[in-house]
Unconditional design. Structure first.
Lengths: 412, 192
C-alpha cells in the first residue's frame, strides 16, 4: 500500500495560505490578497496622496478588517506608479505606543526620512551629519552636561571675577521621543522642523513628493488618545507638504463629524456583509487562497456567514476548520468541523461579557438600534462583539449571536 | 454555558506543528500547572526548541526581548493571570512588538479570558477561537486516547502499526513528526 503523505502536504499547503497572523506584506507577496475587495480603495488613497501634497487621509476600521493590507497596497501602488518617496512606518514596532506623546510620529518620520536620504549623499556633508544628529537626539534622546550654580539663581561666569563660581556639573539624560515609555514632554516640536526641512529638500531633488504611511495608530483605542497623539505631529507634516495616510481606531465612529473636519478624508473600512448580495466577495477571498481544494461550497458559505465579514475571522475559521478535519483524520473539511470552530470563536467572544453588555447585545439584535455615545456599546464595537456594516448598520457578531440565545435559556 | 475544547498536550503540539509559522493560541491550565510538560511535548512533536517565559514581573521590554531571542522557537507565556488591566493594554497596543515567526502559546486561567477580551482586543483577534483547555493529564494519554490516535494515524497514512515498525527498522520511514509520534505511541521510541 502506498503511503498517503500527500494528505499531510495538502493540509500543510492549505494552512500556509490560511494563516490569519501571517505578516500582511508576506501575504501580499504570496499573491493571496484580493486587491479589489474594498473596491480598490488603496489606489484611491494613494492617488489622492500623490495628487494633493500635504493631504491627510485616515482609514478607519475595526480590528482584523484589513487596514494594514490596504495601506501596504497603497505603498506598493505609490512605488510603482509615481515618483513620490513613500515611507511606510509601523509605529507599533518602533516605539511603545502606550507611552506615545506628541512629537513621536515626527521623530519616527524623521529617522525614516534621514535613512532614505543616505543613498543620495555619499559621503554625507557636514550639514547632513549635523541635521542627522539633531534628528537622532530628538528621537532617541541625548546626554547633556550643565552647571548648577550654588551662588545665584542665574549663572555667573564673569571672566574678571577673582572668585571662581561655586557649584557643580550635572550630567542628565534627556529622553527622546521614541523611548518607551515616556513622560509627557514639553519641548516644542517646532524644533525638529529645520532638520526635517533639510532632508525633505534633499529628497525632493530626486522625488517629486513625500508620502508617509503611519500604520498601527488604530491601537490607540479611544478617539481622545488618538487625537492627542496625532494632532500636533500631523499639523506639522501638513505644513511640510508631506502627504499622509494613517489608520485610526473604530471608536472614531462615535466622533465622526469632529474628526472628519480635521482630515481631508476619513475612509471607513467596514466589514463585508455575508448576505446574498456580497457572498461572492468573501467566497472569492477563500477561493483565492485555495479553500475549495479542501471544502465544498456549503462549508465555505458557513465560514463566510459566521465570520461576519471580519477578514481575520474568515481566514481563522477556514484555518481552524481544516485543523479540526486533519486532527479527526478526515480528508476534507466537513460541516461539523465548521460548526465546531464557529462555536469556539463565539465562545471566545462571549467570555468576559457581563449582564449589561449582554443586555446591550440583545437590545441591538431586537431593535437594530445602536447608540455610539453609549460607552458599553463603544466597548462592544471595539472588541468586535458588534460589527459595523455601515455607519447606520450595526449587528452582533454572527458567531456570538447563537450563544446569546443559549445564555437566555440558561438564565430562564 | 458552552465550553472550549479540552485537548491533551500532544494534540496542542500537533496543531502547532500543522500551523507552521506565526501561530498564536491560548491554553487554559490550572494555577499549579507546570509548562514543562507542554514544552516537552512540543519539542517531541514539532521538532523545534520550545521554552516557557514568564510575563511577571511585568516589563514590556523584557518580554519583547524574550520573545525575540530567538524568534523561531515555540514560547509558552505564563504569569498572565497576574497582569493588571493597564499591563494588558500595554501588551495590546504593542502587539507588533510581540510578533514572531515561532508559535506563541498564552497560558491563562478561564477567568483571565475576561481581561484579555476587555483590555487586549488586538491580541485576542490574533487568537480567534484558538482557545483550548489542557486536559488534566497533560501529556499522559489515556488508553482510549492512545488507541484513537493510533487509529487516526493508520487511517491518515494507510499503514498498519506493524508496517510502520518494519519501515522504521529498515530506516525507510520519512522523518515526519507524525511517524515519530506513532512510534512513541507504540512504545518504540528507540526507532525514532
Amino acid at each position: 500500500m502506498e503511503l498517503t503523505f500527500d494528505r499531510r502536504e495538502r493540509f500543510r499547503t492549505y494552512m500556509k495560505a490560511f494563516n490569519p497572523t501571517a505578516p500582511a506584506r508576506a501575504v501580499i507577496q504570496a499573491g493571496l490578497v484580493l486587491e479589489d475587495l474594498h473596491h480598490s480603495l488603496y489606489s484611491n488613497l494613494a492617488g489622492r496622496a500623490d495628487l494633493e501634497p500635504g493631504s491627510q487621509q485616515l482609514v478607519v476600521g475595526g480590528i482584523g478588517s484589513g487596514k494594514t493590507t490596504e495601506l501596504l497596497l497603497a505603498e506598493q501602488w505609490l512605488r510603482n506608479q509615481t515618483k513620490a518617496l513613500c515611507l511606510y512606518i509601523d509605529v507599533t514596532s518602533e516605539t511603545d505606543l502606550a507611552g506615545l506623546n506628541s512629537g513621536a510620529l515626527l521623530a519616527s518620520f524623521g529617522v525614516h526620512l534621514a535613512n532614505a536620504a543616505r543613498e543620495l549623499e555619499n559621503p554625507p556633508t557636514d550639514k547632513t551629519k549635523e541635521n542627522r544628529e539633531m534628528l537622532r537626539d530628538f528621537a532617541y534622546g541625548k546626554t547633556v552636561r550643565y552647571w548648577v550654580d550654588e551662588d545665584a539663581p542665574e549663572p555667573d561666569f564673569d571672566d574678571y571675577d577673582p572668585e571662581p563660581p561655586t557649584g557643580y556639573y550635572v550630567t542628565n539624560r534627556l529622553p527622546g521621543k521614541l523611548n518607551p515609555p515616556l513622560p509627557a514632554l514639553q519641548r516644542d516640536i517646532a524644533d525638529i522642523r529645520a532638520p526635517l526641512n533639510y532632508f525633505l529638500g534633499l529628497i525632493r531633488q530626486q522625488h517629486e513628493d513625500v508620502v508617509v504611511i503611519f500604520d498601527g495608530l488604530d491601537r490607540l483605542i479611544t478617539t481622545e488618545k488618538f487625537l492627542s497623539v496625532v494632532h500636533q505631529d500631523f499639523r506639522a507634516l501638513r505644513t511640510l507638504a508631506v502627504s499622509l495616510l494613517a489608520t485610526a481606531p473604530v471608536s472614531i465612529y462615535g466622533a465622526w463629524q469632529a474628526v472628519s473636519e480635521r482630515f481631508d478624508r476619513v475612509q471607513p473600512l467596514p466589514v463585508i456583509p455575508a448576505g446574498a448580495e456580497n457572498d461572492g466577495f468573501l467566497r472569492s477571498v477563500l477561493a483565492r487562497r485555495g479553500a475549495l481544494k479542501l471544502m465544498d461550497p456549503p462549508e465555505a458559505d458557513g465560514i463566510c456567514r459566521y465570520s461576519g465579514g471580519v477578514l481575520r475571522d474568515l481566514i481563522a475559521l477556514a484555518r481552524d476548520a481544516a485543523e479540526e478535519a486533519y486532527i479527526a483524520g478526515s480528508d476534507r473539511i466537513r460541516l461539523d468541523d465548521v460548526k465546531k470552530v464557529t462555536a469556539q470563536l463565539g465562545e471566545a467572544y462571549l467570555r468576559g461579557l457581563g449582564p449589561t453588555q449582554i443586555k446591550s447585545l440583545k437590545d441591538l439584535e431586537k431593535t437594530k438600534a445602536f447608540n455610539l455615545q453609549d460607552s458599553t456599546n463603544m466597548e462592544l464595537l471595539v472588541t468586535r462583539r458588534v460589527l459595523e456594516y455601515s455607519p447606520t448598520d450595526f449587528r452582533v457578531h454572527p458567531a456570538l449571536l447563537p450563544l446569546l440565545t443559549q445564555t437566555e435559556k440558561a438564565d430562564a | 454555558m458552552p465550553e472550549f475544547s479540552s485537548r491533551p498536550a500532544f494534540e496542542i503540539a500537533r496543531r502547532i506543528e500543522l500551523r507552521g509559522t506565526n501561530a498564536w493560541l491560548v491554553v487554559i491550565a490550572g494555577g499549579d500547572w507546570n509548562p514543562g510538560e507542554l514544552v516537552r511535548e512540543v519539542r517531541l512533536v514539532v521538532d523545534v526548541p520550545a521554552r516557557s517565559v514568564s510575563a511577571m514581573p511585568f516589563d514590556l521590554g523584557a518580554l519583547r526581548n524574550a520573545l525575540r531571542t530567538p524568534t523561531d522557537d515555540v514560547v509558552i507565556v505564563t504569569g498572565l493571570d497576574q497582569l493588571t488591566g493597564d499591563n494588558w493594554t500595554v501588551l495590546d497596543v504593542n502587539r507588533s512588538a510581540l510578533e514572531r515567526t515561532g508559535a506563541v502559546i498564552l497560558s491563562l486561567s478561564l477567568a483571565t479570558l475576561g481581561p484579555l477580551n476587555a483590555w487586549a482586543p488586538n491580541l485576542r483577534s490574533f487568537i480567534g477561537g484558538s482557545i483550548f483547555i489542557l486536559t488534566d493529564d497533560g501529556s499522559v494519554m489515556s488508553d482510549d486516547e492512545r488507541r484513537l490516535r493510533l487509529e487516526e494515524l493508520a487511517l491518515a497514512y494507510g499503514l498498519t502499526d506493524e508496517e510502520v515498525i518494519r519501515r522504521a527498522s529498515e530506516k525507510n520511514l520519512p522523518a515526519e513528526p507524525d511517524f515519530a509520534e506513532w512510534l512513541i505511541l507504540l512504545g518504540r521510541g528507540d526507532l525514532v
